[in-house]
Design a protein around this ligand. Structure first.
Ligand code: COA
Length: 258
């Protein structure tokens, strides 16, 4: 499958989807959104892929949706664009495998919304995050305000989206948006190491962790705990628990089958 605006590489169990319009700081235009959507489906269909990294070519992860397109929008088309982006990000979020946003440079507007739909964000120290849509006269609409508010609270979500100010990687980490910050020089290697480590774990266990956290996030405590118990029970259906526990007791590395 070929793409004009992104590069999808598969290295054993790890897939890397890299946004590739570096001359426009990977601004997400309609073609890129359509290709992103196709790539998410391709990753989902390939059972050999166990972890997905999202990256950007050049000096940005994504500097937002392509601003040029907004002059052509009327209210109907605007709503369609909002739904199209939201739908792709829901599908990205629903992938059963871990998805890491490996971001550097600019992570703005729609780029921040893409990163927030991943399981977690690893950032290079030079990263700048922001939701500057307000400066163009509209609100972010690909789930960014919702995910920001759930992740870091309504106050922070409002402050970032109302002011449009940019924050650096360290501030983003302190606010809980970013899981880890790495020096620019070692950043990609650190992300690849993390992918290798995740790929060696039980696929069923990883899927269960995602299900209980995503499924419980908007539920009450008891519903979330019930989800944990059900998924814990399901982990014992396959051979991975026996392998993981035996490997620990025998002081060797596990070889999971799922
Ligand atoms: N949409 C369309 N084009 C964009 C873009 C976007 N979101 N972000 C950057 N670009 C383009 C620039 O227009 C420029 O193209 P050109 O060389 O044909 O003029 C190219 O990418 C490089 O960007 P430039 O502005 O020259 O780089 P910079 O280092 O001076 O500034 C930014 C970088 C990110 C601060 C600046 O590009 C910017 O503010 N971008 C818009 C961010 C934004 O508002 N995003 C939300 C959109 S909803």
């Amino acid at each position: 499958m070929s793409y004009n605006t992104l590069i999808l590489t598969i290295d054993g169990p790890a897939a890397t989807l890299s946004f590739n319009r570096p001359e426009k700081l990977n601004a997400l235009n309609p073609e890129m959104l359509a290709e992103f959507s196709r790539a998410v489906d391709a990753v989902r269909a390939d059972q050999a892929i166990r972890v997905l990294l999202l990256t950007g070519q050049g000096r940005a992860f994504i500097a937002g949706a392509d601003i040029k397109q907004f002059l052509e929008l009327d209210p109907l088309r605007a709503r369609q664009l909002a739904h199209a982006g939201q739908e792709v990000l829901f599908r990205l979020e629903a992938l059963p495998i871990p998805v890491i946003a490996c971001v550097h440079g600019f992570v703005l507007g729609g780029g921040l919304e893409v990163a927030l739909a991943c399981d977690f964000i690893y950032a290079a120290a030079n990263t700048k995050f922001g939701a500057p849509e307000v400066n163009l006269g509209f609100n972010p609409c690909w789930g960014g305000p919702q995910r920001l508010a759930r992740l870091a609270g309504k106050t922070l979500a409002k402050e970032l989206c109302l002011t449009g100010r940019l924050i650096d990687a360290e501030e983003a980490r302190n606010l809980g948006l970013v899981a880890r910050v790495f020096p620019e020089a070692s950043f990609l290697e650190e992300c690849r190491n993390a992918a290798r480590n995740l790929a060696a774990k039980s696929r069923l266990a990883l899927e269960s962790v995602k299900k209980v956290i995503d499924g419980g996030a908007d539920a009450d405590l008891k519903t979330g705990c019930a989800l944990e118990a059900e998924n814990f029970a399901l982990c014992f259906v396959g051979p991975d628990v026996e392998e993981g526990v035996s490997a620990f007791l025998e002081k060797r590395k596990p070889r999971f089958q799922s």
